[in-house]
Design a protein around this ligand. Structure first.
Ligand code: RRO
Length: 304
């Protein structure tokens, strides 16, 4: 079977990649997980400027998943490029997607100008939806700022552009459609959901940042519906991201309309998960007599 998918000029041999942040530059896991099996590598968001990240604790386990409030600790794009952080990933022979973040549309434009023509990346994911850095950075919850950011970045980059949307909106169809209209080549649906945990002994929020982004199995049915909704209005590919813990979760997303999938929190429970997801999708296609992913993509979607 043919598991390959294409997002603009980004060619992937299969639809599976890590969610941004999940592997934190892959430094910790590169010798554990066979990176060459992936459809693409997705890096942790690099910010326009250096940032220390949020006050600890930054992670908390909750029923059905986990909360993170990492807060984009970053060396900033200039040092990131100067240090040659990208060169290493290219040796893995897998397409590399860089995730970028900023505080304003101008930040994203500046980063994309610096990345233009870079031979070590294959696509750019605009992280427009980090929940952990005050109100300013969740651009994808503001329709005007979202449109302005995608549109202005589009004019300065020739890389495939993926807009990572926020689930913290009332109608994902609107922000998905705005992204498409402003020139995104794909959308990632979606980032983490705003949540919190309180310690009943200390009677205080557990996370240093008080709130954090919820990921894991608890969010999968909600994100699945968002992918389904986005598919009904879009003509560009959707990358599904939210609580994939096994191959069948990924298959549900594809049946809802996803072209590719990202695995985040699941990597921490099962370091081999992404490999199992690739193999599970392959099995499913074979058992259902399908030749390629296009035979099943979106077929559960009666709104299309
Ligand atoms: O670094 C983070 O706290 C973080 C980011 Br940038 C993001 O996009 N999503 C998330 O859950 N955490």
């Amino acid at each position: 079977t043919d598991l390959s998918v294409q997002i603009s000029t980004l060619q992937m041999k299969n639809p599976v990649m890590p969610a941004s942040g999940a592997y934190d530059y892959f430094e910790d896991n590169a010798d554990v997980f066979p990176m060459c099996t992936l459809g693409a590598i997705m890096l942790k968001s690099v910010h326009r400027y250096p940032r220390p990240g949020n006050k600890p604790p930054r992670i908390a386990e909750v029923t059905g998943g986990m909360l993170n409030s990492i807060g984009i600790p970053s060396i900033g794009i200039e040092e990131f490029l100067n240090k040659g952080m990208l060169e290493h990933y290219k040796t893995l022979n897998v397409p590399v997607v860089i995730s970028i973040s900023g505080g304003s549309p101008v930040d994203y434009v500046e980063i994309c100008k610096m990345l233009e023509g870079n031979p070590f990346i294959d696509a750019i994911e605009l992280n427009l939806s980090c929940p952990n850095v005050g109100t300013g950075l969740q651009l994808a919850s503001d329709e005007v700022l979202l449109g302005r950011t995608v549109q202005s970045v589009r004019t300065v980059t020739s890389f495939p552009l993926i807009a990572k949307l926020s689930p913290n909106v009332t109608d994902i169809r609107k922000t998905a459609k705005i992204s498409e209209e402003c020139g995104a080549d794909a959308v990632t649906v979606a980032n983490t959901y705003m949540g919190m945990k309180i310690d009943i002994q200390t009677k205080k929020p557990v996370l240093g940042n008080i709130m954090g982004g919820l990921s894991g199995p608890a969010i999968k049915p909600i994100t699945l519906h968002m992918v389904y909704q986005a598919y009904s209005v879009l003509n560009i590919p959707i990358i599904a991201c939210g609580g994939i813990m096994c191959a069948s979760d990924a298959i549900e997303y594809i049946l809802a309309g996803a072209t590719a999938v990202q695995v985040g929190a699941g990597n921490f429970v099962n370091p081999m998960l992404m490999k199992e997801v690739i193999e599970g999708i392959d099995d499913y296609l074979a058992k259902n007599g399908c030749q390629s992913l296009s035979d099943i993509r979106g077929i559960a979607n009666c709104r299309k």
